[in-house]
Design a protein around this ligand. Sequence first.
Ligand code: UTP
Length: 291
Amino acid sequence: MVAPVTKAVIPAAGLGTRFLPATKAQPKEMLPVIDKPAIQYVVEEAVRAGIDDICIVTSSSKRSLEDHFDRNFELEHLLTSKGKDREKDDVVALAELADFHYVRQGEPLGLGHAVATARRHIGDSPFVVLLGDEFMAEGSGLLEGMIATHQEHGCSVLALMEVEGDEIARYGSADSEAFGDRLVKVNGVVEKPKPAEAPSNLAVMGRYVFTPQIFEHIARLTPGAGGELQLTDAIGTLLAEQQVLGFTFSEGRYDTGVVLDYLKVIVEMAAARPDIGPEFSAFLKDFVAKV
Ligand code: UTP
């Protein structure tokens, strides 16, 4: 019987250099996507998939992350006194989304290193990793599907999406073979390959289900692409010991980690919102006609 997956690690300790100066004194993961910080969508995605224990990897100047998922009695009192009950309920509900835990990554040595800081908290259970600056559309079912795959096969599962042309150089590229409906068997992964050297254009996206054995492989890592301790390299050696499956998907991913993608996410999501969408879309039509 495979243990249920109830714990998530959300690495959010990176420097966010592609967003400077916005990220000088605040985390990239707290940048607003309309009226919620990006990481709130990530947490809500995890909760929808049955996760109730969330360990966020933070660093210095990331205090606002902890405050966001905590109670704020002064604000709650103020909202009550102004009759803003719905807003008050919303801020209280945030702290009750899950059990939140925080670990610090003293130095941003890479994604593999960030995940390793949560080892003691995770212990000997399977867990998911969700990158703190990208999230899936509600109803995508990606994480639910990955967890169900883990339950069925008992192995680690990576989210894989086909990308176009040279874009693969931004991601891990998977060498894989067909396995079943939406599933592939992963034979290898190369982090940020030169497009000509990429084994495929199937890119590893920021969602993973891991067996706890991944920690032993991270512990043996040496610096890889960009001089960082790469999670992808630990997956590479885990493969020699255990089967790893890829769960493929093609839409519903919102990446807020780079400025241009962040802007696209906001426009797409704002246009789809029932409250502001119609007016925003009308504005967009006018605007596009002028440019
Ligand atoms: P990114 O590479 O997108 O984030 O990592 P970054 O390093 O902050 O961005 P740039 O390149 O400087 O602009 C994906 C996620 O992993 C976290 C980041 O916070 C982000 O949410 N991360 C990355 C860590 O927690 N620790 C690290 O050492 C690296």
